[in-house]
Design a protein. Structure first.
Length: 156
């Protein structure tokens, strides 16, 4: 078997590596523009993950159980459970489009919970950021403090 698989085949996600690169970001690794990215450009797709149903406790909080350290994309709250896509990454953690970080003032948006699109023109060197709440990646807040700027009071 040849080792010439594309990034899409090896990571399970699509990412415009001609436009973006991985580097240290707001929290851990992030995605940064390596070239100008025009408004409306499709940058990549998040990894879909595996659909699971997670129980909600009496206060509406999710019991992530064994998925507590995994990334999730929330789909719908159904009675006493959250249906979501769970992405479990290997020992190196997330890669590709899954590295996009949250900001309350994003320069990208997530369309249909998977596709990352530039909201405005993005200059080389800028970190690509999405609002996890607006993109409905997160429906039920996990209690994580936003670090997009000093003093931000948003909880994701």
């Amino acid at each position: 078997m040849s080792d010439t698989r594309s990034a899409e085949e090896s990571t399970g996600s699509y990412l415009r590596t001609d436009l973006v690169q991985e580097a240290p970001g707001l929290v851990g690794k992030g995605l940064f523009a390596r070239a100008p990215i025009p408004r409306g450009c499709v940058i990549g797709c998040l990894t879909a993950g595996t659909a699971v149903a997670l129980p909600l406790d009496g206060q509406g909080q999710v019991d992530y159980g064994r998925f507590a350290s995994a990334q999730t994309i929330d789909l719908v709250v159904e009675k006493d459970r959250l249906i979501c896509l769970v992405k479990q990454h290997g020992p190196d953690g997330p890669s590709g489009a899954d590295l996009i970080n949250h900001s309350c003032t994003p320069n990208c948006e997530v369309v249909a919970r998977l596709v990352i699109v530039a909201l405005r023109d993005i200059e080389p060197g800028e970190e690509l950021l999405v609002d996890y709440l607006a993109g409905q990646i997160t429906i039920i807040k996990e209690g994580i403090a936003c670090l997009c700027r000093p003093g931000c009071t948003t909880v994701i």
